[in-house]
Design a protein around this ligand. Structure first.
Ligand code: ADP
Length: 169
């Protein structure tokens, strides 16, 4: 059984086995969650990301997929990087957003992570409406078979927190 917890706060301050990064496909850093994780986690994370670009992910990490690295100085053992889909005027592909959560949990199982913190993937620079993103996040985690015991959604503001809380009711 996976329990779902909600926290209002900064994902880089969480003590968990794995912190999920809303990365971009370059794996070489960006703004939002990505920038915060690399800032607080230190250079070890970027170093491992560069190695991934030089080997398995020469063209970058495809949207909807996930890969783990060290968590550097964060209070976690791993960062799981996943690339959310961009939401444009007409929308985005919800299957790809669901895939981010499912693939991150699959990677968590591979490395043995039992507690995993997720941000609201794609709801920042990538523009996905929070209410819809919250529904997809909660539905996908509930529908995914995993050894992960706790999924913690870490929401950055009260509105996001309220919209995730509504999905849990
Ligand atoms: P994306 O590129 O997938 O849209 P962003 O990092 O731009 O990812 O934003 C994803 C969500 O994470 C947004 O709702 C944003 O407000 C939130 N966010 C930004 N920084 C943090 C943080 N330090 N901890 C938790 N959530 C954050």
């Amino acid at each position: 059984m996976t329990t779902i917890e909600l926290v209002l706060g900064d994902i880089t301050r969480q003590s968990v086995d794995a912190i999920v990064n809303a990365a971009n496909s370059s794996l070489l850093g960006g703004g939002g969650v990505d920038g915060a994780i690399h800032r607080r986690g230190g250079p070890a994370i970027l170093e491992e990301c560069r190695k991934l670009r030089a080997s398995r992910y020469g063209k970058g990490l495809p949207t909807g997929q996930a890969v783990a690295t060290t968590a550097g100085d964060l209070d976690a053992r791993w960062v799981i990087h996943t690339v959310g889909p961009v939401y444009q005027g007409s929308g985005g592909d919800p299957a790809l957003l669901a895939s981010c959560y499912r693939e991150s949990l699959r990677v968590a199982d591979t490395i043995g992570a039992r507690t995993v913190a997720f941000p609201a993937i794609s709801t920042g620079v990538y523009g996905w409406p929070m209410e819809d993103a919250a529904r997809i996040a909660v539905e996908t985690v509930r529908a995914t078979e995993t050894e992960v015991e706790e999924v913690r959604f870490v929401l950055f503001d009260e509105r996001a927190y309220a919209l995730f809380a509504a999905q849990l009711r």
